[in-house]
Design a protein around this ligand. Sequence first.
Ligand SMILES: [Zn+2]
Length: 296
Amino acid sequence: MKLVEIDCPVCSCKKYKVVFPDTLGARPPVFGYKWVPEIRKMYRTVRCLACGHVYCSPRLENMYQYYKDVEDEGYLHNEPLRTETARNVIQTIQKFAPAGRLLDVGCSTGDFLQVAREYYQVEGLELSHWALEVAKHRGLTVHPTKLNQITGAHESFDIVTLWGVIEHLEYPKSELERVNRALKMDGIVCFWTGDVDSFYSKLLGSMWWYRLGQHIQFFSWKSMDHLMSDCGFTRVYKGVYPYVISFEYLGISLSRYFLIGRLAKILFSLAGLRKRRFVLRKSDEMFGIYRKVRRV
Ligand SMILES: [Zn+2]
């Protein structure tokens, strides 16, 4: 397998500084979210000296092909949490686009679409065969294609959403240009991803939870504004993703990292908090909405 050098995916600059060395080598990373220690092995991470975007280079090409085999029965376990999160997110989206056609890119098993269909006419795109089948069983319209392979979506959507997707994209600029073409004028694109310039990212460094081998783009509000502006969008909302989580899930997540996390896991179960849910508003979870203001 051959790795390729990548120019900055946001501004095409060739100058960078190395942020973290390669720990993966010339092979694909682990895809999906089933926890195994190898999931954290990554390609070299660099920061663009011109726009500040952080990304992986060199890396494998055509990483998209690996998503079709991703299966994760354990993912279904947290569906109630994602459904509640979707309800919170839609309250915000409603303020900018109260009705119309919505396309969810990388919709997985369709938890977001299941809630969104109460407000909008919905469709999804999903590469994992397993997730696609789960979504179809729920009666959702989901296509097994990448964004740039969809046909007949010319200025036909009011809303395009990318939840935890943009950090996986090999060429986010061309994908967002495609989003621009899929959206009607004044349509909106909504996303959630990690903020690489956040307090948590700086505090945790190579241990930051977004640092997984399958994540190859690390945005900040600055680099996101830059990319979105080049792709014909202007920001209308800057927020924090209203992540609904249970103490049980928080304990499991933390226990992967720290001794204190393992203690937290025990404490949460002793205190009978396991099933208790709450909204976790972490400052490193960027939730943004941009409006299409020109064609590209
Ligand atoms: Zn750049």
